[in-house]
Design a protein around this ligand. Structure first.
Ligand code: ZN
Length: 338
């Protein structure tokens, strides 16, 4: 299986002028800063499809289709993701290094970045531990996504975790720090509800993630975790922030429902009294038990486990915080020691 470096893909997209490209086959009319045309995906009496030249991004006010040049090619030229990517590489001129306006080392670097990574390269820790400059976050707007506010997460809590919006790729993004709290990446979650039909991943990491030797939220919460001598481990940042709404601030997110050796090592080094696993309801208790064998030799491990089915069907993959404070507190108070 081959994976792509998303960082390089975004860099590529920035090299293609979406309006210039689209104007070759469609007529646009300028209205203040944006350019409008009829959206071909539905009946569109007043032109609803806009391109913002400054953002290099399109948005249809009628059907909500939006995105960058790759999304454009997938939507309006019916290309697959890979076909769209190939076309953007051609349009950008990056496939020919000599045509790049970059210094040679930069050009080589970019070229290396866009090449397909093999599975082995992808998981090779040696190539993934770059410490990033904080300024890369400036590409994204500090803004609390409305859909998360609607789910009840306090915008101030979202500020704490530096939640931002990537308007270029229509994603919610947040910084990822290694265990020494160096910035090593930006994690993104698509805002497209139909991301599957669009061939997009739900989560896209603007860094080669390899082994996850960190916990999201540890940088922000390590002091309170140590003070309470207890850690609550959710799968994702959104669950953690919801719990924090209700005063449960000693949380981290493991980013998956399985602790890897590096994460277990981090937990062992913290020598906490209690570790509370609060994964989504689709995770089998037996898996958690097996995964925490080593931890349980040194510390108390509890599982917030929905054995009464309060969260509904397992197939729906519900986090213990998703149904509100009351349900969470029942589940939390009835947590099981394993
Ligand atoms: Zn439309």
């Amino acid at each position: 299986m081959l994976k792509y470096d998303n960082d390089a893909i975004i860099e590529l997209c920035s090299k293609v002028d979406l309006l210039e490209y689209a104007s070759q086959s469609m007529d646009f009319k300028q209205k203040s800063d944006d350019y409008f045309t009829n959206c071909s995906k539905h009946i569109d009496k007043t032109p609803s499809l806009s391109i913002s030249p400054s953002k290099n991004f399109f948005y249809c006010f009628s059907c909500g289709r939006s995105g960058n040049i790759i999304n454009w090619l997938m939507e309006y030229e019916d290309l697959t993701f890979h076909q769209a990517l190939e076309k953007v590489i051609k349009l950008s001129g990056v496939s020919d290094i000599s045509k790049l306006n970059l210094k040679q080392p930069d050009a080589l670097l970019l070229f290396k970045k866009i090449k397909k990574l093999t599975e082995e390269e992808y998981y090779n820790k040696e190539i993934i531990r770059d410490i990033l400059d904080k300024s890369i976050l400036d590409e994204y707007i500090i803004e609390s996504p409305q859909e998360w506010i609607d789910e009840g997460i306090d915008p101030l809590i979202m500020r704490k975790y530096n939640i931002r919006i990537d308007y270029n790729a229509n994603r919610i993004v947040y910084p990822v720090y290694d265990k020494n709290f160096n910035l090593i990446g930006v994690k993104g979650r698509t805002r497209y509800k139909d991301y599957k039909e669009r061939n997009l991943m739900k989560y896209q990491n603007y860094y080669k993630i390899g082994t996850t030797n960190f916990f999201t939220g540890m940088k922000e919460n390590i002091d309170v975790i140590k003070k309470k001598n207890e850690i609550i481990i959710f799968e994702g940042i959104k669950s953690g922030m919801k719990a924090e709404n209700w005063g449960y601030d000693n949380w981290v997110a493991s980013e998956t429902s399985h602790l890897n050796d590096e994460q277990i090592q981090i937990l062992l080094e913290m020598r906490l009294k209690n570790i509370i696993i609060a994964y989504d309801n689709d995770v089998e208790l037996q898996k958690i038990t097996e995964n925490t064998t080593m931890l349980r030799k040194f510390t108390n491990v509890f599982v917030v486990y929905d054995n009464k089915g309060l969260l509904g069907k397992k197939a729906d993959k519900v986090s213990p915080v998703d149904l509100g404070k009351e349900t969470w507190e029942i589940l939390f108070n009835e947590r099981m020691k394993i």
